[in-house]
Write a protein that binds this ligand. Structure first.
Ligand code: GDD
Ligand code: MN
Length: 382
């Protein structure tokens, strides 16, 4: 607690799980590198109660080096461990790196200085830019790493989206709602903070010499769940549109089933069957959208939002017919098989109308002015 009145430049957070052999090597290396570069820093070790007694070995370094040790007993996970480390930092910049020597300690000054000089909000160590590289992994790990990186396209333009080596100006962490699962704390922070100035630093990623990797099938599954969460976070509307379209598709089958059922059972007029098919499908669509598509759907006043939904669908149908009419009258798109294209365009237009109408009217909390049951929760999400 000596440093409480002098602000540190950087906290280097080392998440550890069974790194007893690596800690005594990397901590002195980090501290020497920082002080040689004229940086005032500390190391924060966040250990999840490793059975190999990493924490005890780390604690033995306290006093000899500027080290804090945080031991978590109730929780495990790389990403949340890093968050816990950032939480107790009071430095101007925070950094995270692997404790096993995979990330080059010599690059610390390059990672930290752009943050301190306010030339970068975030710095990320990258294997994939000029000057960066990686030890040759066995082919299956290379494949996994490549696939994992590709799967995050759309979330970030980082050249090395699975990197675990990152620095950030600490104030940018304030108020960030982080909610990671598994390993990828860097991706989580980059996506949620959307930094204007992300600077990539080329690094050589070395395979660990001591101890073993904790990357496992379970972690890879967690990564997929994490990605889903991040895509949902970044593109909530696209997600809703996908669900809405699936619901619409299900409606076609419901409609068809009702028509077939009524026709076979009661030999009703096909047009009358279609009316019932439409009514039932509109209702199943409404319910699915209410409970599945729109996050706040279930909080809407039922009758009001249902009537609005049905009205929106009717407007959608009218717009569809109007557009089709124009195509047929003015583009003559009714001959041969062109009618299919005309109908397809009609369906797309109707989907667009129905979706916007549902999102901004039938399922819009603002429009229907309801008092959500979990209102505080509902507001913090925005
Ligand atoms: N506290 C804590 N809790 N630390 C953990 C946990 C955990 O559950 N799991 C892993 N760690 C620590 C390790 O002790 C190590 O310091 C660091 O997190 C990275 O773990 P490794 O098990 O060595 O990961 P890796 O080498 O397979 O993966 C590394 O390279 C990947 C590049 O593709 C990491 O840097 C990944 O973040 C990176 O994506
Ligand atoms: Mn490693």
């Amino acid at each position: 607690m000596k440093e409480s009145n002098t602000i540190l430049d950087v906290s280097v957070v080392l998440p550890t799980y069974n790194e007893a052999e690596n800690i005594p090597v990397i901590v002195p290396h980090i501290c020497e590198t920082l002080s040689r570069a004229g940086l005032r820093g500390e190391v924060i070790i966040v250990d999840d109660n490793s059975p190999d007694k990493t924490a005890e070995i780390a604690k033995a370094l306290v006093g000899k080096y500027p080290v804090q040790v945080l031991v978590r007993t109730g929780e495990r996970g790389l990403a949340t461990a890093v968050m816990a480390g950032f939480d107790i930092s009071k430095a101007k910049a925070c950094l995270v790196m692997d404790a096993d020597g995979s990330h080059p300690v010599e690059k610390l000054p390059d990672m930290i200085r752009p943050l301190l000089h306010d030339r970068a909000d975030i710095t990320v160590g990258s294997r994939n830019i000029k000057g960066g590289s990686a030890d040759k992994w066995p082919w299956h790990r290379r494949l996994i790493s490549k696939t994992a990186a590709k799967m995050s396209f759309g979330l970030t333009r980082m050249t090395d989206p699975t990197s675990g080596f990152m620095g950030i100006q600490r104030h940018l962490l304030n108020g960030l709602e982080l909610n990671p699962i598994g390993y990828k704390i860097v991706l989580e922070i980059v996506v949620k903070s959307a930094p204007e100035r992300l600077v990539e630093i080329p690094i050589t990623f070395r395979d660990r010499e001591l101890g073993e990797s904790k990357m496992s099938l379970k972690e890879q599954w967690k990564y997929i769940r994490h990605l889903k969460r991040l895509y949902l976070y970044k593109f909530p509307t696209i997600w809703e549109l996908i669900r809405f379209s699936l619901v619409g598709l299900s409606g076609v089958f419901v409609d068809m089933a009702i028509v077939i059922g009524l026709k076979e059972l009661f030999q009703l007029d096909t047009r009358l069957c279609a009316v019932f098919g439409f009514l039932v499908a509109v209702m199943t669509n409404y319910l699915l959208n209410r409970y599945w598509t729109f996050q706040q759907g279930r909080n809407m006043p039922f009758l009001k939002s249902c009537i609005m939904f049905v009205s929106v669908c009717c407007i959608g149908l009218m717009v569809r017919l109007l557009v089709m009419h124009l195509f047929i009258e003015y583009a003559r798109l009714d001959t041969g098989n062109w009618y299919m294209l005309t109908n397809f365009i009609g369906i797309m237009v109707a989907t667009a109308v129905n979706f916007s109408g549902s999102k901004y009217f039938a399922f819009s909390p603002e429009r229907l002015a309801f008092q959500p049951k979990g209102s505080s929760q509902a507001q913090t999400r925005r």
